[in-house]
Design a protein around this ligand. Structure first.
Ligand SMILES: *Cc1c(COP(=O)(O)O)cnc(C)c1O
Length: 457
């Protein structure tokens, strides 16, 4: 497909997505999911999620040799919601997990162990033992973790495919906090450090059960070319290991996730197809059928299919600036509020009936409900004036936003609803109640500090 046709298709997909979103906001207001007593919700576009999953599968199918095993393990941290994981499982995806909680979510969604990968940088012996007894793939982050695996592999039979995570140290992107392949990143074995490459090769020579190699070169802010270089370095290392062991010991490469998301418009860009083609150009040997593949995309699968919609409780002016005080702020958009330069979000304005707002644009702030001055979803943004009773929608928030609640001011977690064709909704996660907030905040231990005996247990 030509680049231009592809761009147009991505634009069309984006326009259809925007139309579905508008329909969902209107239906949410009409049906009372959103209103004076329910001033914030998260909405998930089920059609869009299915489309992205299908695009991911098709992109890699188009470039790998026929019969190549490919597992797309969704990075659960991007959207840790059980019904979402179940939907992705139905779309043929697996799960990449990085904590006991994420593993439990994947299992609750019915993810089969052979489609689950465990990657966290701080796995305890118990977590490793559980993963091995379930048969889940594990990538060891460092030599100390590999030593733990040595002991477990001796002690228990396991079907778990095991590998080592390396950091190809190809450099960072525009967001330091999400750049995993810098010289001093905390992740994996830093390949270019003195002696490290030889240590990795020797680790495989000593352990015939190490059959995978893993790298994740970073997330949002990493240019595609840098991602491809990280994959190329990892592939070169796998080839070296297999030459030195004299057999195809490394049979699967886990190339991580990290496809950046376009937060500036409705277009999907870059596409999975473009990344897969780039890999085919830069690392053809990776796709020729000698290696199985694992990918771990998160943000790119979900971000554009989620919307936070919040009611404008008050519209005011301050120092000549229009300020819409809404119910969406730091609790659902921590990254944007604390690092607005790195994480700007588009805000769409809807009227009190949930219809897109038109009219002259006004420079305004879109503020959240939390009690600190910086709790702003957008600052100095030109858009149709938000008035009391209107709705502000934070777009592209399906990953790392409303599923990443931040408990500031004890604000409740909003309900999350999936929407399908015809303005119908399904509860993905019901809203947290104030009673639950009290219970989770030590409500049952009310006398713990006043009646404590301070005895050594
Ligand atoms: C976060 C993470 C991912 C997913 O990254 P996205 O940018 O959401 O695609 C994949 N693999 C690992 C190891 C990660 O830590």
């Amino acid at each position: 497909m030509g680049a231009q046709i592809e761009a147009e298709e991505a634009g069309d997909t984006g326009a259809r997505r925007a139309a579905r979103r508008d329909e969902a906001v209107r239906a949410a207001v009409e049906q009372g999911l959103l209103g004076p007593d329910s001033p914030i919700v998260g909405l998930l576009d089920v059609t869009g999620i299915r489309e992205s999953a299908a695009e991911l599968r098709a992109a890699f199918e188009a470039v790998v040799a026929p019969g190549t095993p490919v597992l797309h393990a969704f990075a659960v941290k991007a959207t840790p919601l059980v019904p979402v994981l179940r939907l992705l499982r139905e779309e043929g995806l697996g799960a990449e997990v990085a904590s006991p909680g994420e593993l439990a979510l994947a299992r609750a969604a019915g993810m089969p162990p052979e489609m689950t990968v465990l990657d966290s940088p701080a796995k305890t012996p118990d977590e490793l033992r559980e993963a091995l007894s379930l048969g889940i793939a594990v990538n060891a982050d460092n030599p100390q973790e590999l030593a733990r695996l040595d002991a477990l592999v001796r002690a228990q039979d396991s079907r778990s495919p095991l590998g080592i995570r390396v950091n190809p140290q190809v450099g960072g992107g525009s967001i330091e906090a999400l750049s995993t392949a810098t010289a001093t990143s905390k992740f994996g074995v830093a390949l270019r450090d003195e002696g490290a490459r030889e240590w990795v090769v020797q680790a495989y020579l000593d352990r015939p059960w190490l059959t995978r190699l893993h790298a994740h070169t970073g997330s949002q802010g990493i240019p595609l070319a840098l991602m491809a270089r990280g994959v190329a370095e990892t592939y070169a290392l796998a080839e070296e290991i297999n030459r030195r062991t004299g057999r195809r010991q490394v049979d699967t490469l886990d190339i991580g996730g990290g496809l950046p998301v376009n937060f500036a418009s409705d277009a999907t860009s870059p596409t999975y197809a473009r990344y897969a083609r780039l890999l085919a150009e830069e690392v053809p040997g990776l796709l020729d059928g000698r290696y199985g593949l694992v990918t771990e995309f998160g943000r790119s699968l979900l971000a554009k299919h989620g919307t936070v919609v919040a009611r404008v409780e008050y519209a005011k002016a301050s120092g000549g600036r229009a300020v819409a005080v809404t119910h969406a702020g730091v609790q659902v958009a921590a990254r944007t509020v604390y690092a607005p330069g790195s994480w700007p979000l588009r805000i769409a304005a809807y009227d009190a009936k949930g219809r897109p707002k038109e009219g002259p644009t006004v420079v305004q702030d879109v503020a959240g409900p939390a009690c600190f001055a910086g709790d702003l979803l957008a600052e100095g943004r030109s858009m149709p004036l938000l008035e009391q009773g209107d709705y502000a929608a934070a777009l592209d928030t399906g990953a790392y936003y409303f599923a990443h609640h931040y408990g500031y001011n004890s604000l409740v977690r909003p309900g999350v609803y999936g929407f399908g064709p015809g303005g119908r909704f399904a509860v993905v996660r019901r809203a947290q109640t104030v009673g639950e907030v009290v219970a989770e905040s030590g409500g049952a231990q009310v006398d713990a500090l006043t009646q404590a005996r301070w005895e050594v247990p």
